[in-house]
Design a protein around this ligand. Structure first.
Ligand SMILES: CC(C)(COP(=O)(O)OP(=O)(O)OC[C@H]1O[C@@H](n2cnc3c(N)ncnc32)[C@H](O)[C@@H]1OP(=O)(O)O)[C@@H](O)C(=O)NCCC(=O)NCCS
Length: 190
């Protein structure tokens, strides 16, 4: 079965709307990417010093986001806070594998959007779309042990814990476990 990632939907929830990125969103997403907690939780860096020394500007992300906006093997949607219309983060289905009908899910939300249920709803909306509309069988993700809010949000959105790669990463010299979770098309719905 081939899966259609070319259609870029608008997914409307109570708290968030997921919609394709436009050029006007680049400053907002660059700001989210500069948030230290986003850098740490996504393990984009290996230390606080490395994270603090780096800065992501609009020009650094322009080509990546504009290319992904029309990609046929992945779906990148902006997360809009319905309370004020602001772009607070992104939800992504990537690493598509046709042979197993599977993809990876990742999400990041800046400080303005966290801790109010937006991540749980965005996760559910995006992965429901992946299973029900794109027709994926499996959506996997990984979350590091210093991110219990992420793990809780994913499980509320239907992800099932699969296992742990122990001491899989190091941040500021501390060893971090990496947990794996997935949603299958055949799982009960949350
Ligand atoms: C992970 C992330 C997407 C979650 O989104 P969110 O909108 O903040 O999460 P929600 O508000 O929907 O849900 C968080 C849940 O975790 C719980 N939680 C928060 N801190 C917690 C902690 N220290 N221990 C356990 N649970 C915690 C909250 O209480 C809530 O559960 P509840 O609704 O049952 O009370 C978001 O915080 C984020 O993007 N963080 C930075 C980047 C990141 O971590 N990306 C993911 C990498 S795997």
């Amino acid at each position: 079965m081939s899966h259609d990632f070319a259609a870029k939907p608008v997914l409307t929830g109570e708290l968030v709307t997921l919609r394709p990125f436009t050029e006007a969103d680049l400053p907002a997403i660059a700001e989210v990417l500069n948030d230290p907690d986003v850098g740490r939780m996504t393990m984009s860096y290996t230390s606080t010093a490395e994270l603090e020394a780096d800065h992501t500007g609009v020009e650094d992300v322009r080509e990546f986001y504009l290319r992904n906006a029309t990609a046929t093997d992945r779906l990148d949607l902006a997360i809009v806070d319905n309370a004020n219309g602001a772009v607070v983060g992104e939800a992504v289905l990537n690493d598509y594998d046709a042979a197993t009908s599977s993809a990876n899910f990742r999400i990041l939300i800046g400080p303005a959007g966290r801790g109010r249920g937006l991540g749980t709803e965005a996760t559910r909306l995006m992965t429901d779309h992946g299973l029900d509309v794109i027709g994926l069988h499996r959506i996997g993700l990984d979350v590091f042990s210093f991110n219990p809010a992420g793990r809780r949000a994913y499980s509320k959105a239907g992800f099932v814990y699969e296992g742990t790669k122990r001491d899989a990463a190091v941040f500021d010299g501390e060893r971090i476990d990496e947990h794996f979770m997935s949603r299958l098309a055949t799982d009960p719905r949350p």
